[in-house]
Write a protein that binds this ligand. Structure first.
Ligand code: FE
Length: 134
């Protein structure tokens, strides 16, 4: 079980840069190829940009050609909560941080082996730390 972080939107607004707030707390999407991590190839861990929960290991990152950081798996499945998102006339699966509920991106069933999943995540939802691969 992951202990929840509960902050008001006012508190998040104070803590986060405006561009990150728009994605993490309002479910926005950054423009493709605009983020700082889509082409990041270093080894390390990607954390939630709001509450610093560890989410993705660089060993599962791959170039999906979409312009967003893409991963085949979470470090552990319970680190995120998945929910159906029917906005923009599409049925997609939204990926939210399991600890703070912040929006991270979406997951699609068209990824490579070994999972066949593509976690398509906003750079603005993540914080990368090099060399801490577990
Ligand atoms: Fe979080």
């Amino acid at each position: 079980m992951i202990e929840k972080v509960n902050k008001s939107e006012e508190e998040w607004k104070e803590q986060l840069p405006e561009a990150s707030f728009r994605i993490l707390r309002e479910g926005g999407t950054e423009a493709p190829y605009s983020g700082k991590y889509w082409d990041e190839k270093a080894e390390g861990i990607y954390y939630c940009g709001a509450c610093h929960l560890e989410l993705f290991d660089s060993t599962t990152k791959y170039d999906s050609g979409t312009g967003w950081p893409s991963f085949t798996a979470l470090i552990r499945p319970e680190l995120a909560e998945l929910k159906t998102d029917s906005s923009h006339n599409m049925i997609r699966t939204e990926v939210n941080c399991a600890r703070c509920g912040s929006h991270l991106g979406h997951v699609f069933p068209d990824g490579p082996n070994p999972t066949g999943m593509r976690f398509c995540i906003n750079s603005l939802s993540l914080e990368f730390e090099r060399g801490t691969s577990k």
